[in-house]
Design a protein around this ligand. Structure first.
Ligand SMILES: Cc1cc2nc3c(=O)[nH]c(=O)nc-3n(C[C@H](O)[C@H](O)[C@H](O)COP(=O)(O)OP(=O)(O)OC[C@H]3O[C@@H](n4cnc5c(N)ncnc54)[C@H](O)[C@@H]3O)c2cc1C
Length: 347
């Protein structure tokens, strides 16, 4: 019987990055993953952005998350001989002179300064972009082409002989001090199943708050080295533009809807008057949680069973940081942050 330190279930962006970090720390692993198109990571815009939302505030843990984020992905590109991170500014237009005024003060606050490249006091004249009040040019942002990252990681795992393409069968799992699965023994199994955790007998009761998201692919005339954003983002990707995204808690399927497409087109028209050609729509489900914080840690009764999930709409920026934290925790070097520790919901 083969023995490894960790069995990872799921090779979306969560399982991929956790696996790489565990291997880097010297642990032996195996990955079991069902390969299919309907997974969150294959639908992601992949944007990372420290200042978000209608009110433009720093995202949770921005100072910590964004410190080494780009260098993490860039080093992974070198390790895997692949290209998937595209750092580029986000141009966030102001909606009024009042907003512009507020930012002329806020921009010099130390907390924000590090994320703002420049404040534009008037339109920068991009084709069709509605920016009469100017806007902020944000830095430490860009996007990760998540499908390309998954392919590169999968090739690496196959090359290392640690990857199995199959559906994990829960009834083949026995749990004691460690775990046995078919002809494999491991100290622990860590489930990284994204929105499908609700089928897992150990984690099905976790208070996920899954949310469907839709995006459009369009062809238009805009810069290829900048993301435009206000209420909706326009992301240049592989010669086209992705427009996103919607949030729908009620219809958790993977099919683009007329309502979703209409909603995105209306929001696009509010910020963009240029000509465009619709190519297609995409839909997916985000593994979001009741309190918008990830689910990380180990089962109370079965400490050999773990979970690394719940990254919602921010997988690209949260996963590298928390994979590192989990690996340190497993090494006995630090705790899990109480806000993400799964024991907060399994008490
Ligand atoms: C429309 C949309 C836009 C988004 N935009 C962004 C964005 O701009 N920026 C950002 O950071 N995030 C974005 N996200 C969120 C991001 O996609 C998620 O945070 C991330 O992909 C979650 O990754 P995951 O690995 O946890 O889950 P998944 O990607 O779903 O991966 C889970 C994996 O586990 C496998 N699996 C599940 N159960 C089993 C089993 N029993 N046996 C074997 N394998 C199994 C699945 O097949 C899959 O391969 C977006 C999501 C959507 C839907």
């Amino acid at each position: 019987m083969e023995k490894v330190d960790f069995l990872i279930v799921g090779q979306g962006i969560a399982g991929s990055i956790l696996a790489v970090k565990l291997m880097d720390a010297g642990y032996s692993i195996k990955i079991i993953n069902e390969e299919k198109q309907e997974i969150s990571s294959l639908k992601a815009g992949g944007i990372y952005n420290p200042i978000t939302g209608r009110k433009m505030v720093k995202t949770w843990l921005a100072d910590e998350l964004f410190l080494n984020l780009e260098s993490f992905y860039q080093e992974l590109e070198i390790k895997l001989s692949a290209r998937f991170i595209y750092p580029m500014p986000i141009y966030r237009m102001f909606g009024s002179y009042e907003e512009q005024n507020d930012w002329s003060i806020k921009i010099s606050e130390p907390g924000y300064k590090q994320f703002v490249e420049e404040m534009k006091g008037k339109s920068i004249g991009l084709n069709g972009v509605k920016d009469e009040f100017g806007g902020l040019m944000l830095k430490k942002c860009g996007y990760v082409n998540v499908p390309d990252l998954l392919t590169a990681c999968r090739n690496f795992f196959i090359h290392k002989g640690v990857y199995h393409s199959e559906v994990f069968e829960y009834n083949e799992l026995t749990v004691g001090v460690g775990i046995n699965y078919k002809n494999l023994k491991a100290d622990k199994v860590i489930f990284c199943e994204g929105p499908e955790a609700n089928k897992n007998p150990f984690w099905k009761d976790l208070p996920f708050r899954l949310v469907k998201g839709e995006t459009l692919e369009i062809i238009t005339e805009l810069p290829e080295d900048m993301i435009v954003n206000k209420g909706v983002f326009i992301l240049p990707k592989e010669g086209r533009y992705t427009v996103g995204a919607t949030y729908d808690h009620n219809h958790l399927d993977h099919t683009p809807s007329e309502k979703g497409i209409k909603n995105l087109e209306e929001r696009l028209r509010k910020i963009y008057g240029g000509e465009y050609q619709f190519v297609k729509a995409k839909a997916g489900v985000r593994p979001a949680t009741f309190d918008r914080r990830p689910f990380i840690g180990f089962h109370r009764e079965q400490p050999a069973v773990g979970v690394f999930n719940g990254f919602g709409s921010k997988g690209v920026s949260l996963i590298p940081y928390f994979a590192e934290q989990l690996v340190n925790y497993l090494r006995g070097d630090g705790d899990l942050m109480p806000e993400v520790d799964i024991t907060r919901v399994t008490k």
